[in-house]
Design a protein around this ligand. Structure first.
Ligand code: RFL
Ligand code: PHB
Length: 391
């Protein structure tokens, strides 16, 4: 089997890339180590920027999203007993959308398969070679047998624990890493959201986030120690902690219900540069991850492959390679903007384990500075709602 682009990973990056290439008449095969039901139910992101939603619609993958997504005009920050709304619609005329990543993946898989784009599930990539020649090969294992996929180029869309970055050439490579001294306990609850918009709560006991997946399902997160065991959190302990960190506000109640999923999530910022080595390109979480506080990871994955698909199109239509050369720099500008924003939101809203009384008081002053002026709210809104998909 030989294709133009071999794509490792059927997450948002790999599936969006396959679709964009197909629309330009460029052939690809997607190799995914997990099963189709697994990727279609894996609980991850929930918040999409306008630019991502526009691209999903333009590529014909947005039919269900348009019916089921929840558009949000603003978010609320809660700290020091105060509620502050950041009205993105009024400030910058932009909004964001709640739509579960697993739902988006389901839609992307269905549209790609219906168009005849091959997605091989339970096909685990073990290695690749030839990226410095003109015939790269991807080696994978499926149904107990070894296979090889010959391609012109390889797109490593295989996430943070994949093989593309692991085996990316070391020469000239620089990694940037920041691990936070806390994690998130994430729960999924059969109960309506506490509020129609997201609530980001700063509290001396730690951060809490109230988000959602639908009008009947809430998604909630609590700052916890990084190596926390989720089984140490009984339902009672979870609900008491959410009540404390939210505080008392007129019309706001923690709505309790059956907890259907519970897990601890690591918080990390990471970038590897460059994102290309000869005929291998990294895109999405394989090249960079952000702490989820800024809701940027999946949006970055989508914008990376938008840039990459343009480069492949220029090459296959006109033989031009300048966009391949520009790929890393074009992506990194947006990636580092999102890195900074995610780090800033994380450090502004979380309580450091060794925080002094001064640190906590200063954080409240920072939150008051940001929410207390139009320019502060605008800065937050512009970054939260997302920079243009291409910069
Ligand atoms: P993915 O989604 O990890 O997909 C990579 C795919 O590659 C497969 N794979 C392999 N396949 C073949 N062979 C191998 N050797 C392979 N190794 C791995 C994997 O099985 C997988 O299917 O990466 P991608 O496509 O780059 O997408 C990135 C996003 O998934 C990620 O950034 C977001 O989930 C981050 N994120 C959020 N992003 C947002 O934009 N908005 C949000 O609201 C948001 N909330 C979140 C989040 C991430 C979270 N967690 C769990 C880390 C909330 C949370 C809690
Ligand atoms: C989510 O809905 O899972 C979500 C939303 C916003 C964030 C992080 C996670 O900042």
């Amino acid at each position: 089997m030989r294709v133009q682009v071999g794509i490792i990973g059927a997450g948002p990056a790999g599936l969006m890339l396959a679709r964009l290439l197909h629309l330009q008449g460029i052939s690809s095969v997607v190799l995914e180590s997990r099963s189709r039901p697994y990727v279609e139910t894996r609980l991850r992101a929930g918040l999409l920027e306008q630019g991502s939603v526009d691209l999903i619609n333009e590529t014909g993958m947005g039919e269900r999203l348009r019916q089921e997504c929840l558009p949000h005009d603003g978010i609320e920050l809660i700290f020091n007993g105060e509620r502050h709304r950041v009205d993105m619609q009024a400030l910058i005329n932009r909004r964001v959308y709640i739509y579960g990543q697993q739902e988006m993946v389901k839609d992307m898989v269905a549209v790609n398969l219906a168009a005849g784009v091959p997605i091989e599930f339970e096909a685990e990539v073990r290695s690749f070679d030839g990226i410095d020649g003109d015939k790269p090969t991807i080696h994978y294992r499926q149904n107990g047998a070894d296979h090889a996929l010959a391609c012109d180029y390889i797109a490593g869309c295989d996430g943070f624990h994949g093989v593309a970055r692991r085996d990316f050439p070391q020469k000239g490579r620089q990694d940037y890493d920041c691990v936070y001294p806390f994690g998130w306990l994430g729960i999924l609850v059969d109960a309506p959201p506490a509020n129609h918009e997201l609530l980001y709560c700063h509290h001396q006991r730690g951060f809490a986030l109230f988000t959602m997946r639908s009008p009947k399902v809430s998604r909630l997160y609590l700052q916890v120690p990084p190596d926390e065991d989720e089984n140490a959190w009984s339902d009672d302990r979870i609900w008491n902690e959410f009540r404390t960190r939210l505080g008392k506000h007129e019309g706001l109640e923690v709505s309790m219900g059956k907890i259907t999923q519970k897990s601890v999530i690591e918080m990390r910022s990471y970038v590897t540069e460059p994102m290309r080595a000869e005929r291998l390109f990294l895109a999405g979480d394989s090249a960079h991850i952000v702490p989820p506080t800024g809701a940027k990871g999946m949006n970055l994955a989508i914008s990376d492959v938008y840039v990459l698909a343009k480069a492949f199109t220029a090459f296959y239509k006109r033989g031009a390679t300048d966009l391949f050369d520009a790929y890393t720099q074009k992506c990194l500008r947006r990636v580092w903007g999102a890195q900074h924003f995610s780090w800033w939101m994380t450090s502004m809203l979380h309580t450091m384990p060794d925080a002094s009384a001064f640190d906590v008081r200063r954080q409240i002053a920072e939150l008051q500075t940001i929410t207390g002026s139009v320019s502060g709210r605008k800065l937050l809104a512009e970054n939260y709602a997302g920079l243009p998909i291409e910069m």
